[in-house]
Design a binder for this molecule. Structure first.
Ligand code: ADP
Ligand code: MG
Length: 460
């Protein structure tokens, strides 16, 4: 077994900071190359959560970096201090701790479907402000006394305001206190997918056992539960079992329980019987503090006027602030200049995400409006007006319904687009469209065509 060259770590991290800055974290400096054997470079980190982050999110960039700096076709493996002691096993798929690698050929592995916990999403990195104080205080109380402080604990708020961050912080604090706690942390859509896969595979017993024996059940984005889907019924029973035995349930959503259009009343009332906390948009001071904290986390030197400038310019959510920071960082790297206010201004001058919220391949509200106005032959100005004639309200409701299904905008934001309507109007619209879709097949066909069109698959 050969010891790696001591310079290797420095070169590796420098390569990653240059080529994959998004992924890098300040603690990367603590990664220790252990040995280099059989074409595999083993890298050790102390914290399990760091190890999981590296295993889940960093494998390919590290391999690329290792090959670039050594000039050899090698691969990398991340290991814990305990694993360092053991020689490198050949051809074994490694897992770590609770988040095991999926065993091959065994079908659905429920435990492997946990969401990965990011070492960044801990309480220490969460900046408090007037808009999130209650949500944060309740989250720490829940993490300190699972099942005894607030149960269920329900966090809601617009996109990019820190719901997932708080959910993960709760999981990580509980795990720090009780490493053996059986925490099921999963996204709502994975819960639904697993439900259907287990039904198909005849493995409902496993499904029930897995979720109903959790010490803590944490489900992100619960607003995706749909009453047209049998998983909502299953979730109801899971909820009851856990709740009755005093196990902690934590949920996040982009709307308050009563405002989730597709949620059955019996679930709404259960969600309301614990604590419901709303996260509001951050104020200017909080935005500045968050930008400074993020810069520190990513080892980025920012003169004071830069966070002030970004925070004054962008006020919707924190994901947008992070986007601006990485744009500025990319710009500084490309220009090979330090970050200054001038450079930040240039970097953000033609930022396409301003006023955004559009992510990945999701259609924009603009695309939705274009498809619907063309299909129904209505004018954009009518659609955005207060007019209530049926020829306008139906297309408007369909736009809201599509926006809700295919963009990450919150009910409030969608209402804002369509003539400054409030979220209850959007909820009403979604319910009306769902009802009519169930009853009227030609309407349902029209919706299908529109939906396919906004997803860019066909012309109408
Ligand atoms: P949501 O789940 O509400 O859509 P996230 O939890 O994913 O939002 O947050 C988006 C990003 O903003 C994450 O990188 C998160 O760390 C960051 N963030 C949100 N709120 C805060 C805060 N109060 N302090 C620091 N970072 C925050
Ligand atoms: Mg989230």
């Amino acid at each position: 077994m050969s010891r790696p060259d001591p310079e290797l770590r420095k070169d590796l991290i420098a390569y990653l900071r240059l080529n994959h800055p998004e992924m890098c974290r300040a603690w990367f400096d603590d990664i220790e190359p252990v040995d280099f054997e059989g074409g595999v470079l083993r890298l050790c980190v102390r914290e399990p959560v760091q190890l999981r982050y590296l295993q889940r999110a960093c494998m390919d960039p590290f391999k690329e970096a290792a090959q670039a700096v050594t000039g050899m076709l090698i691969s990398v493996r991340f290991v814990s201090p305990e694993e360092c002691e053991q020689p490198e096993p050949s051809e074994l798929t490694m897992g770590h701790g609770r988040q095991k690698a999926v065993p091959r050929n065994e079908g659905i592995d429920l435990a492997a479907e946990q969401m990965v916990l990011s070492p960044d999403y801990v309480f220490d990195n969460f900046i408090v402000g007037p808009g999130n104080r209650l949500a944060l205080m309740a989250a720490s109380a829940v993490a300190e006394k699972p099942g005894r402080a607030y149960n269920p604990y329900f966090i809601h708020g617009g996109v990019g305001l820190g719901k997932t961050h708080l959910l993960q912080a709760i999981c990580q604090l509980i795990l720090a206190d009780q490493p053996d706690a059986n925490i099921c942390y999963i996204s709502c859509s994975t819960f639904m997918d697993l439900f259907h896969e287990c039904v198909k595979a005849g493995r409902m017993q496993d499904f029930r056992h897995h979720f109903r024996t959790a010490d803590v059940l944490v489900i992100d984005d619960i607003h995706f539960l749909s009453k047209h889907d049998r998983s909502q019924e299953e979730f109801f029973h899971t909820f009851n079992t856990l709740y009755q035995s005093g196990r902690q349930i934590v949920l996040s959503s982009d709307a308050a329980p009563a405002e989730i259009p597709d949620l059955e009343e019996r679930l709404t009332s259960r969600f309301n019987c614990g604590l419901v906390a709303r996260i509001e948009r951050p104020c200017y001071e909080t935005r500045v503090a968050i930008l400074k904290a993020k810069a520190l986390l990513h080892d980025l030197e920012l003169p004071d006027d830069v966070p002030a400038y970004i925070a004054a310019r962008l006020d919707t959510n924190i994901r947008e602030l992070e986007g601006a920071l990485s744009r500025i960082r990319g710009f500084a790297l490309a220009e090979n200049e330090p970050i200054t206010l001038e450079l930040a201004k240039k970097a953000l001058a033609d930022d396409p995400s301003r006023g955004g919220g559009v992510e990945g391949a999701a259609p924009s509200i603009q695309t939705i409006i274009e498809s619907v106005t063309r299909y129904y032959d209505v004018k954009l100005t009518d659609l955005l007006s207060k007019r209530r004639h049926k020829s306008i309200t139906v297309p408007r409701q369909i736009c809201m319904w599509l926006a809700r299904r295919h963009t990450r905008f919150s009910l409030e934001e969608i209402g804002g687009y369509f003539g400054g309507r409030d979220h209850t109007t959007v909820m009403h619209a979604i319910r009306a469209v769902n009802r009519r879709r169930d009853e009227d097949s030609s309407f349902s066909d029209a919706l299908d065509r529109l939906e396919t069109n906004v997803l860019g698959r066909v012309e109408i």
